[in-house]
Design a protein around this ligand. Structure first.
Ligand code: MYA
Length: 216
C-alpha cells in the first residue's frame, strides 16, 4: 500500500467509527425517555462536538477525500454509507447479476408504529436496484420507481433485499427488487420496478462535470 492508500484506509475506519457512534446517537435520541433537563444538556454537548467537526467542511461540489467514485466507495451514501448517520447501513453484494442486501431498521425509520416508513423502503429499493443496474454494465440514473407495499416492514428485524435487471433497451434499463425478512425470504413485503437511464456525455458533463475532490 502507498502512504496515500494507508492514510485513506485509516480515514475510512475513522469515518465508520464516527458513523457508528452517530447511528447509535440517532437511535437513542429517537427512543430516549430521560428527564427533559438531560435532553437539554445533551443538546448543548452535541452542539460543542458539532462545532469541532464543522471546523473544516467541504462544499457541495467537492467529493469526500475518503470516497472513490469510480471504485464505488461512497462513505456518506444515505443508504449504504458506513459514515452516514442516516444509513441503516444496507450491506449489498452482487453475485451473478443478483444484488442481495441486508440491514435492520432501527426506530428512527419508523412510519406506522413499529413498522418502517414507506419512503425508507423505496429508498432501500432504489439503491439496491441501482447496484444491480451498475453490475449489469449499464449504469444510469433512476427516472421511475414503482413500489407496491404488500405488508408492513417490521423494525428491529433482519431484512433481506434482492434486485436484478430484467431488461436493457438502449439507454433504458428495467430492474425489479423486493424487501422481505431474513426469517421469511419467500414472502415479499415490498416489491419495486425501476427504470434507469444511462446518461449521454452531455448530460454527464452538465450534471457532474464540476465535481472536485477534497484534499485528505
Ligand atoms: C462498483 C461499485 C458499485 C457501485 C454501485 C453504485 C450504485 C448506485 C446506486 C444509486 C441508486 C440511486 C439512484 C438515484 O437515486 S439517481 C437520483 C434520482 N434520479 C434523478 O435525479 C434523475 C433525474 N432525471 C434526469 O436528470 C433526466 O431524466 C435524465 C438526465 C436521467 C435523462 O434525461 P431526459 O429525461 O431528458 O431523457 P433523455 O432525452 O436523455 O432520454 C432518455 C430515455 O429515457 C426515457 N425516460 C426519461 N424519463 C423517463 C421516465 N420517467 N420513465 C420512462 N422512461 C423515461 C426517455 O423516454 C428516453 O428513452 P428513449 O426515447 O431514448 O427510448
Amino acid at each position: 500500500m502507498t502512504a496515500d492508500e494507508t492514510g485513506r484506509a485509516h480515514r475510512r475506519e475513522a469515518i465508520t467509527e464516527l458513523g457508528d457512534a452517530l447511528r447509535t446517537l440517532v437511535e437513542h435520541a429517537t427512543t430516549t425517555e430521560v428527564p427533559t433537563g438531560d435532553l437539554l444538556r445533551a443538546a448543548a454537548e452535541i452542539r460543542e462536538v458539532t462545532a469541532r467537526l464543522g471546523d473544516r467542511v467541504r462544499d457541495r461540489s467537492t467529493l469526500s477525500s475518503a470516497d472513490d467514485l469510480l471504485g464505488g466507495v461512497r462513505m456518506f451514501n444515505p443508504v449504504t454509507g458506513a459514515g452516514s448517520a442516516l444509513a441503516p447501513p444496507l450491506q449489498i453484494e452482487v453475485v451473478a447479476g443478483v444484488a442481495t442486501g441486508r440491514c435492520t431498521l432501527g426506530r428512527a425509520f419508523e412510519g406506522p408504529p413499529t413498522f418502517a416508513h414507506g419512503g425508507v423502503s423505496a429508498m432501500l429499493l432504489d439503491q439496491i436496484l441501482g447496484h444491480a443496474v451498475v453490475a449489469s454494465g449499464n449504469p444510469g440514473m433512476t427516472v421511475r420507481l414503482d413500489t407496491t407495499y404488500r405488508a408492513p416492514v417490521p423494525l428491529l428485524t433482519p431484512l433481506l433485499l434482492t434486485a436484478q435487471v430484467q431488461d436493457v433497451a438502449g439507454r433504458r434499463v428495467t430492474a425489479t427488487g423486493t424487501i422481505a425478512t431474513e426469517a421469511d425470504p419467500g414472502t415479499p413485503l415490498v416489491t419495486a420496478t425501476g427504470t434507469f437511464v444511462g446518461l449521454r456525455a452531455e448530460q454527464t458533463h452538465r450534471l457532474f462535470g464540476k465535481l472536485l475532490r477534497a484534499d485528505p
